[in-house]
Ligand binder design. Sequence first.
Ligand SMILES: NC(=O)c1ccc[n+]([C@@H]2O[C@H](COP(=O)([O-])OP(=O)(O)OC[C@H]3O[C@@H](n4cnc5c(N)ncnc54)[C@H](OP(=O)(O)O)[C@@H]3O)[C@@H](O)[C@H]2O)c1
Length: 230
Amino acid sequence: MSHVLIAGASRGIGLGLTQAYLARGDHVTAIARHPAQAPGLIALKTQYPDTLHTVACDLTSLDASDTIVKALSHHPLDRVILNAGISGPKDQQPEHLGTDDITQIFLSNAIAPLRIARALRPLVPSGGVMAFTSSILGSVQLALAPDMALYGASKAALNSLIRNWATEQGEALDIRLLALHPGWVRTDMGGAQAPLSVEDSVRGLVRVIEQAAGQAGCDFLDHQGQALPW
Ligand SMILES: NC(=O)c1ccc[n+]([C@@H]2O[C@H](COP(=O)([O-])OP(=O)(O)OC[C@H]3O[C@@H](n4cnc5c(N)ncnc54)[C@H](OP(=O)(O)O)[C@@H]3O)[C@@H](O)[C@H]2O)c1
């Protein structure tokens, strides 16, 4: 039985990951802003009362890491999945963006996940995995996000922070760091026209995360395990 932490678990891909790991028999700590108001998490808590533990936390708050570390009371984490993200305003042309929009998306999609990952790192034993839900739109080389340039830039920033953190750890990096593209998925963010169901995306993501365990490194992969250009 692994202990898996999933941040951003109230709905969409995060809720799907929570369900998938619980169904495997793992112990899940699910972080959500308001778990007591998240119908999906409430239903899972009824189904898995002994193996699902929820923690209320806004991941962008300054004390988020302290709240999460305290809730874990030193229990080791085999997998950490920092999944929460926001898509930002509809019009993402730089000249139309306000300071609050810019701050919120970089804080939510890039800074907060790294801040929390760094705080949780001592709890992850050698061979563990810390995965971040990134996006193919964050690939600087592919540049697929002209209509969602701010979102793409925030995911590129996330990827940059992950890679630099891997470099910073150097020889001490004995876990796998993954930036993951879940595919285009039917969620509130992905929209109804997206081709992939949450179940199909999550099945792939769990396989990729589990295959990555046991080897140190840092990779940008999609839900089928294909490497993506940074
Ligand atoms: N759907 C796609 O096609 C797609 C494609 C590529 C990448 N992604 C990435 O995949 C991840 C999940 O996306 P999704 O499609 O499942 O989106 P979603 O349905 O909009 O769900 C987003 C999740 O993130 C949580 N969240 C956002 N900000 C948070 C904060 N400050 N504190 C705590 N939780 C927070 C939300 O919680 P609340 O319920 O409290 O808002 C919700 O659980 C995101 O990082 C997204 O960028 C999605």
